[in-house]
Design a protein around this ligand. Structure first.
Ligand code: C2E
Ligand code: CA
Ligand code: CA
Ligand code: CA
Length: 279
């Protein structure tokens, strides 16, 4: 052509179009995913380090699209947040997780707990508390068996409003956990005012946990702080026996990770637990 510079511009804008198209395509698939039943939940066991027993699980969403295959939540949850789809998806996760956990309790795992991730836009919507109440009512799950995992980014948006919602949740009997603890703002002065039951240490601190690393000092400090604040501490991302042994020594309450169990389908979770009765 006459103008190579012009071609270059066309080339770039085509590439940008492609990215925008891919995003639009993903978004349009995401809009239909609920009705088409493409979501399901996996359940990753949470164990009590003192007894080695599974006391509950974390529900983790999975999206299996017929054309794209499995799409990671790291990819579609942010998109769901941006497009407002998170309200519907989050509500589906909450209801499905509560129902499943109640079903397992009725099968004999009476004290089993369920943890559910809540994203920022879901937490901030005015109807959020009502939705939690409805999920509990409809499933028959008692509130003490439900833990909601919130990230620090949620609280940074509007700390006073967040605290009031967290307090209301606790008044219902629902437990509140801070997820990915240590990666966000984590100011110690705000922590003492937060109505929380659990701190979940981010897996980046646990993954590298070995004797004589600086991570050990951080993890130890978080656990000590948890004991001081009468808050339970969970270590996520436990991948080795050495890490488990260390966490036990440090008196960490709970753990979760590939070394213990990967996220399991509901069937596998059920089979595993029934094979080894927990009580
Ligand atoms: P998260 O809440 O921090 O969840 C833990 C993630 O770590 C999960 O990834 C889990 O599969 C993974 N994991 C567990 N044990 C190990 C381990 O030993 N090593 C390593 N490397 N990873 C481990 P997943 O399922 O891909 O979820 C990623 C993130 O997507 C979650 O991080 C959470 O932020 C978000 N997410 C997942 N499900 C939901 C949901 O239902 N609602 C919302 N709002 N977010 C969700
Ligand atoms: Ca989580
Ligand atoms: Ca986490
Ligand atoms: Ca995370």
């Amino acid at each position: 052509s006459k103008n190579p510079g012009g071609n270059r511009i066309t080339f770039f804008s085509n590439e940008m179009n492609e990215q925008a198209m891919a995003r639009l395509e993903l978004e349009s698939y995401l809009r239909k995913a609920l009705q088409k039943n493409e979501f399901y939940l996996c359940y990753q066991p949470l164990v009590d380090l003192a007894t080695g027993k599974t006391y509950g699980s974390e529900a983790l969403i999975r999206w299996n699209h017929p054309k794209l295959g499995l799409v990671s939540p790291m990819e579609f949850i942010p998109l769901a947040e941006e497009t407002g789809l998170i309200e519907e998806i989050g509500s589906w996760v909450l209801r499905t997780a509560c129902m499943q956990n109640k079903k397992w309790q009725l099968m004999g795992m009476h004290d089993l707990s369920i943890s559910v991730n809540v994203s920022a836009n879901q937490f901030s919507q005015p109807g959020f508390l009502r939705e939690v109440v409805k999920a509990l009512d409809d499933s028959g799950l008692e509130p003490e068996y439900l833990t909601l995992e919130l990230t620090e980014s949620i609280m940074l948006r509007n700390i006073d409003y967040s605290i009031s919602v967290m307090k209301a949740l606790q008044e219902l009997g629902v437990k509140v956990s801070i997820d990915d603890f240590g990666t966000g703002y984590s100011s110690l002065s705000y922590l003492k005012n937060l109505p929380i039951n659990t701190l979940k240490i981010d897996r980046s601190f646990i993954n590298n946990l070995r004797l004589n690393t600086s991570d050990i000092a951080i993890v130890k400090a978080i656990i000590t702080m948890g004991h001081g604040l009468a808050v339970k501490v969970v270590a996520e991302g436990v991948e080795t026996k050495e890490q488990i042994e260390l966490l036990k020594e440090l008196k960490c309450h709970y753990a979760q990770g590939y070394y213990i169990h990967k996220p399991l389908s509901s069937d596998d979770f059920e089979k595993g637990l029934l094979a080894t009765p927990q009580t």
